[in-house]
Design a protein around this ligand. Structure first.
Ligand SMILES: NC(=O)c1ccc[n+]([C@@H]2O[C@H](COP(=O)([O-])OP(=O)(O)OC[C@H]3O[C@@H](n4cnc5c(N)ncnc54)[C@H](O)[C@@H]3O)[C@@H](O)[C@H]2O)c1
Length: 252
């Protein structure tokens, strides 16, 4: 992918889940476009590794985004150490596919809502004043499951549906401040989040693949491109939308 140099010059991007998969790929692309990047991940070693790959334009922040106070502290540190955030990519997420009859169902529900939903609020709230001051841009990571269901994933479907509606509500509320809010809805992207599931249930992978008109799974760069568009001035009149990047999964 050819990244337009200078598209994000002067921007400070905060990326949650930046230590792996889609967050890692997007951190690289936004930095290549000129942004300084805060790589936020509860796995501090992974965050450090990604910041190290990018170089001086990046800094690692080991933070659990389900901790509201830690998000507030992070916002203060980013402001002082990098500058006021103008881009927030709320991307950290988890998936549990045990099904509602499983004896882990209640814990799965609470853990999933904590990361995939509550943390979006904590991070957005913590960075709100910086984003208003910079007329910033927020992108949330939804999923094809913001729109449809896949087996044994009621809580994940619920959480990603909430991401879509959070995006709509927030876009309306922050529009008057010049802050744009959008979401990206990835299809099947090969990252560590689904490695175990794919190994355990190869038939689920085959079913997904048959459902993708473009005939291939996605890569983190396939998501980083739409995110780059949404946070850049190319999308300056785009707000409140969820853009699918799924090889056509939602068309059939
Ligand atoms: N990979 C896919 O097929 C796919 C499809 C649709 C949506 N998504 C979404 O994309 C996002 C990124 O997923 P990915 O595929 O890159 O997965 P990944 O597992 O590779 O990366 C997720 C990162 O989030 C971090 N994280 C998890 N909980 C956290 C917390 N409480 N605080 C801070 N960091 C935390 C993890 O440490 C990890 O580094 C998620 O929201 C996921 O739901 C992924």
């Amino acid at each position: 992918m050819i990244v337009p140099k200078g598209l994000l010059d002067g921007h400070v991007a905060v990326i949650t889940g930046g230590g792996s998969g889609i967050g890692r790929g997007t951190a690289h692309v936004l930095a290549e476009a000129g942004a300084r990047v805060a790589v936020v991940d509860m796995d501090g070693a992974k965050a450090e590794a990604v910041a190290g790959e990018i170089g001086p334009a990046a800094r690692a922040y080991p933070v659990d985004v389900t901790d509201a106070d830690a998000c507030q502290a992070l916002a203060g540190r980013v402001h002082i150490e990098i500058g006021p955030a103008s881009i927030l990519f709320n991307n950290a997420g988890i998936v549990r596919r045990a099904g509602l009859s499983s004896n882990t169902a209640r814990q799965d529900w609470e853990d999933t809502i904590a990361v995939n939903v509550n943390a979006l609020f904590y991070m957005t709230h913590a960075f709100l004043e910086q984003l208003k001051a910079t007329k910033g841009r927020i992108v949330n990571t939804g999923s094809i499951q913001s729109h449809v269901h896949t087996p044994n994933s009621v809580v994940y479907t619920t959480s990603k549906g909430a991401v879509k509606n959070f995006t709509v509500g927030l876009a309306a509320e922050l529009g008057p401040f010049g802050v744009r809010v959008n979401a990206v809805a990835p299809g099947l992207i090969f990252t560590p989040i689904n490695e175990e599931g794919i190994q355990k249930k190869p038939e689920a992978l085959e079913r997904m693949m048959r459902h993708i008109p473009m005939g291939r799974h996605g890569t983190p760069e396939d998501i980083a491109g739409p995110v780059l568009f949404l946070v850049s001035d190319l999308a300056r009149y785009v707000t409140g939308v969820t853009i699918a990047a799924d090889g056509g999964y939602l068309t059939v």
